[in-house]
Design a protein around this ligand. Sequence first.
Ligand SMILES: [Fe+2]
Ligand SMILES: [Fe+2]
Length: 273
Amino acid sequence: MEIDRRTFFAGLGGVAAVAAMADEAKAEALEHHMMLQLSVANQAATATDKKFPTAAEVEAQIGTQPSRRGTGNLFVSHTGNVKKLTPLPERPTLVDYFKQRFMATSNHCLQSANRAMQNGMSEEIILACLLHDTVQDLIKVDHGWWGAQMYEPYVSEKVSFAIRYHQALRFYEDKEHGYEYPDLYRRVFGYDYKPEPYIEATYKMVRAHKWYLEPRMVTVNDLYAFEPGVNPQLDQFLDIIGRNFKQPKEGLGFDNSPVAHMWRSISRPDSPL
Ligand SMILES: [Fe+2]
Ligand SMILES: [Fe+2]
């Protein structure tokens, strides 16, 4: 893949900023930049090439890959070997996890939260957008449910409702509220894919729920691909996190909550047991 040095350096704050970065951080940034480029290329391909696979063709790919599609991003590398992770502080906060563990998902989530903010959404929807896919660094399959569970002790019921159900709503159009079925899903699941019965049942339940618009707005502000040149920073959401996220004083992973082990697994994905 060809790297445009100017855009790459500009994205990191210029040549001087890059010079001040540690080698590990540079490698990380380069990998991230390549992922972005790849997504942009995929998006362009999606727009022009309408030849989507069938669900059966997608299914047939199992057995040709070294890992399963539901595996969390932290646990497998698609660009060579996995990298050594920087240790988290003794009492890690959401911001620490965002910066040191959510490498594969943070840009996408920041872009979604940024869009929600620009669209004048409530703080709860902005926070839900900011968190909605981060659990995919741990596990991708059923990420709405996993994500909601992982965040439940620390956010309002509305926020975890929005995170849990955005996954099911993404399969169902709602043009009235500005949501169309994405081509990305035709590519990833096959154009003739029918969601599982539990997804269909969940959709029907949420569609009739008084909080329907919470997860729906996550899907509306979600992005189907990375937007080139948009790199929102976590700083712009720190106040919203401060007001809406109950950071445990012991640190995420050490507060003895029912989900502490999920945070520890993200903190220490190299632990063999
Ligand atoms: Fe999602
Ligand atoms: Fe998303």
